[in-house]
Design a protein around this ligand. Structure first.
Ligand code: PFF
Length: 452
């Protein structure tokens, strides 16, 4: 068998893992969810959910991945041979591919909006009505969004084809620092807009009256999605981490980068939203509808800056979406390579094509297939609800139960402390969180999805 690839350095590990974590969830989803639950107070709950529940699950997945050095299915076969745990492995190969199918459609929107920014469509002589209506018009058309989805998926497959070191690691090491620079540039612009102060206040002054049970579940759900938990990406990437690497450090590094990026993105988006007088709780269209409108409005006073910021903004979304999407595809590719002995090339093309096909249906569900409903939802919304509300938490709970209750404590300690050489004092706390608080936290999300 060919020797398994490994990430080359600690920076590479964190860049790849943070690459998976930082994505549409941070720039597109976080600001509007935050807007729906009232700003600063939600941020506090979100930080607590990320550190107390999500991070321990991240550690649990890392432990399984590195201990086994295999894909999700292989890991379960190796660590719990002949048991039903293999189904957890299989489930978490399927779920990231399902997510990828609709994620790639949104990734495609960012490709389209980047092209539009590069051709100054939002910033040159377009009427306000044209710009704010563009999003609805674009996503409901037939071919254009499919074309963008195809371009996006091709880029994803291109990186995964390169392999762990030459594809994923290389791409993430460039994309991640670039993302932080770009988003800071956008924050700078956003904060100088007249009327942006109200947006900043919204983000720093907590209004606890808006926090209901729903908000807690939403915070946990968002933390899950944002850290890419429960779908085997953390597990698979951890299987490429060297034995000497400190898993706690790379986990904390990833979670902090992810949290930080979400906050910065909120400071990039919200002040601009307020400056334009738009309702912060206006939902999923927030970033794609609002931002072009703002770029258009500002272009009368600052044409060049607005055009540049518009390009930077959609490039940020695209790069962030790409680093996340490659991690979703890698889970399935690792399975086919490790377990079926398939060549990476063939595995990548096969899975990319299959998910692309499913993505086409998702894309059409905004237009020609909008009338087809599954449980009252469009195909896109159905897949998103199935994955975000059910499959992610299910995968997450299975992974923490596996590490907390099925693996021996000695093995878990060995993996998290590198044989007793680091994190020895922290271990007790981490183990407690993995064993009790994290599974209970997820069950709360499940129940709230059922009853709220
Ligand atoms: N964490 C990604 C984001 O915030 O956009 C989404 C994601 C990536 C979900 C990878 C699942 C996954 F496997």
């Amino acid at each position: 068998m060919k020797k398994r690839e490994r990430f080359g350095s600690r920076f590479a590990v964190i860049a790849a893992m943070a690459g998976s974590a930082v994505g549409l969830g941070n720039i597109w989803r976080f600001p509007y969810v935050l807007g729906q639950y009232g700003g600063a107070a939600f941020i506090l709950v979100y930080i607590a959910a990320s550190l107390l529940v999500a991070l321990p699950i991240f550690f649990a997945e890392s432990v399984i991945g590195r201990r086994s050095g295999r894909d999700t299915y292989g890991a379960m076969q190796l660590l719990a041979p002949g048991t039903a745990w293999k189904w957890a492995g299989l489930l978490t190969i399927l779920s990231p591919l399902l997510i990828l199918s609709y994620y790639s459609v949104v990734g495609g929107w960012s490709v389209e909006f980047l092209f539009k920014s590069l051709s100054f469509t939002f910033t040159e002589n377009a009427s306000e009505a044209e710009v704010s209506g563009y999003f609805g018009h674009f996503i409901s058309s037939t071919w254009q969004p499919i074309l963008s989805h195809t371009l996006f998926m091709t880029m994803v497959a291109g990186v995964v084809l390169g392999g762990v070191k030459n594809g994923i690691e290389r791409f993430s090491k460039v994309a991640m620092p670039l993302l932080f620079v770009l988003i800071l540039f956008i924050v700078g612009y956003s904060l100088t807009l007249p009327g942006s102060r109200a947006g900043v206040e919204y983000l720093v002054k907590p209004d606890f009256s808006r926090l209901n049970a729903d908000a807690y579940a939403a915070a946990l759900g968002q933390a899950f999605f944002s850290l890419s938990l429960g779908v085997g990406t953390v597990l698979t990437y951890a299987s490429y981490v060297k034995k000497e690497e400190n898993l706690v450090v790379s986990g904390v590094g990833t979670a902090v980068s992810d949290l930080l990026f979400a906050m910065i993105a909120a400071f990039a988006v919200m002040p601009a939203v307020f400056a334009a007088g738009i309702e912060p709780g206006s939902g999923p269209g927030l970033v794609f509808q609002t931002l072009p409108y703002i770029f258009n409005k500002m272009s009368q006073a600052m044409p060049i800056t607005s055009a540049l910021v518009s390009i930077a903004f959609f490039l940020t979304i695209l790069a962030a979406a790409l680093t996340s999407a490659i991690s979703m595809l890698e889970v399935g590719v690792a399975y086919l390579v490790d377990e079926k002995g398939m060549e990476r090339r063939k595995a990548t093309l096969l899975l990319a094509f299959g998910t692309w096909l499913l993505g086409v249906l998702c894309s059409l569900s905004f237009g020609p297939l909008a009338h087809i409903k599954l449980l009252g939802l469009s195909f896109f919304d159905f897949l998103d609800a199935l994955c975000s509300n059910w499959l992610l938490p299910l995968g997450g709970v299975l992974f923490t139960l596996f590490v907390g209750w099925r693996m021996s404590k000695a093995d878990v300690r060995d993996e998290l402390t590198n044989g007793g050489t680091c994190n020895v004092r922290l271990f007790g706390l981490v183990y407690f969180l993995m064993r009790y608080l994290a599974p209970i936290g997820i069950v709360v999300v499940f129940l709230s999805n059922l009853f709220l």
